[in-house]
Design a protein around this ligand. Structure first.
Ligand code: AMP
Length: 286
C-alpha cells in the first residue's frame, strides 16, 4: 500500500493511474478502523481498479472539542488493517493540507436534510462533513464513493451535495456491519465500560422490534411504533435517548403515516457511559 501525506504527491500518483484508464474507488474515514470500514474497502475493491482510503480526523465536524481530543488515532493498527485487505492507497493528510489558507469553498443547499436528528443535536456538524467530503473528492477525483448506511443522514446529505455538483461520482451505500450481538460497529464503542458494552445491543434490538411491528401489522402507525420503542428503552433502563425518529428516507422528514412514504427509516441515538450510540434500520423501501 502506498501512503501519501500531501495533496500534491497523492495527485501525482493518481494522475498516472487515471491516465491509463484505471477506475478509482474512494473510502473516506476518520480512522480507528474496524470491520465496518474494511467492508467499505472490500466493496470498493470489487468494483474499481484502485482503492483510496483517507484517514483524517476532521476538526470542522466536531462540535464538542472534547470529543475531537478523545477521538482514537491508532494509526499503526489502521495501516496494518488496510494492508491486510489489500487497499492500494492511504491518504493521511495533516489539517493544513485539507484546509490551506485561501482555499475557496462552495456553499451547498442541503435542502433541510441537515436540520433534524444529528443536525439538531450537533450544530455545525454536517457543514463540517460537507466541507471535508467536498475537499477530499476534489483532491481524489474518484469514480465511486463508498459510505456506510450507519450514518444514514450523512449519506443522504452527501447524495444531495453530489446532485448539486452534478459530479458524475457514483455514491454507494454499504449496509451496517454489526457485532455478533447486533451492536453497530463504531470507532467510539471502545469507550464503553464493560457494563455499558453489555447493555449497548439494546439499541438494535429496539429498532428490530419497531421493524417487526411495522412489517407485521396490517395498519402500523409511526406514533405507535415510537411509543413501543420508548416503552422498551424504559424497561431496559435506557434513560438518555438523544433522538428517536421515524423518517422518510428521502426527505428525512418525520413520518406521521406510513402511507405517506415509499421509503421509511428509523434512526436513533442513545447515550451509554457518555458515548453516543447511533443506529438505524430501513423499515421498508417499496
Ligand atoms: P468514520 O470513520 O466514522 O467517519 O466512518 C467512515 C465511513 O465508514 C462512513 O461512511 C461510515 O458510515 C462508515 N461506517 C462506520 N461504521 C460502519 C459500520 N458499522 N458499518 C458500515 N459502515 C460503517
Amino acid at each position: 500500500m502506498e501512503i501519501f501525506n500531501t495533496v500534491s504527491t497523492l495527485q501525482q500518483h493518481l494522475y498516472q493511474l487515471t491516465r491509463s484508464g484505471k477506475k478509482i474507488g474512494f473510502v473516506p474515514t476518520m480512522g480507528a478502523l474496524h470491520e465496518g470500514h474494511l467492508t467499505l474497502i472490500l466493496d470498493a475493491m470489487e468494483e474499481n481498479d484502485i482503492v483510496v482510503c483517507s484517514i483524517f480526523v476532521n476538526p470542522t465536524q466536531f462540535n464538542d472539542p472534547n470529543d475531537l481530543k478523545k477521538y482514537p488515532r491508532p494509526i499503526e493498527k489502521d495501516t496494518q488493517m488496510l494492508e491486510s485487505v489489500g487497499c492500494h492507497v492511504l491518504f493521511l493528510p495533516e489539517v493544513e493540507e485539507i484546509y490551506p489558507a485561501g482555499l475557496v469553498e462552495p456553499e451547498f443547499d442541503l435542502n433541510g436534510l441537515d436540520t433534524p436528528m444529528e443536525g439538531a443535536k450537533r450544530p455545525g456538524h454536517f457543514k463540517g462533513v460537507v466541507r471535508v467530503v467536498y475537499r477530499l473528492l476534489d483532491i481524489v477525483k474518484p469514480d465511486s464513493l463508498y459510505m456506510g448506511q450507519k450514518d444514514f443522514q450523512q449519506y443522504s446529505i452527501i447524495a444531495q451535495m453530489l446532485r448539486q455538483l452534478n459530479s458524475g461520482i457514483r455514491l454507494v451505500m454499504v449496509p451496517i456491519v454489526r457485532e455478533i450481538d447486533g451492536l453497530a460497529m463504531s470507532s467510539r464503542n471502545v469507550r464503553l465500560s464493560k457494563e455499558g458494552r453489555a447493555h449497548a445491543p439494546i439499541l438494535h434490538k429496539v429498532l428490530q422490534e419497531v421493524e417487526y411491528y411495522v412489517n407485521s401489522q396490517p395498519f402500523p402507525i409511526p406514533h405507535k411504533a415510537t411509543e413501543l420503542a420508548f416503552d422498551l428503552f424504559k424497561q431496559h433502563g435506557i434513560e438518555q435517548i438523544d433522538y428517536f425518529e421515524i423518517v422518510d428516507g428521502n426527505s428525512l422528514k418525520t413520518l406521521h403515516s406510513f402511507e405517506d412514504s415509499h421509503f421509511a427509516v428509523v434512526c436513533a441515538v442513545i447515550v451509554i457511559d457518555g458515548v453516543r450510540l447511533l443506529d438505524n434500520v430501513i423499515l421498508f423501501e417499496k
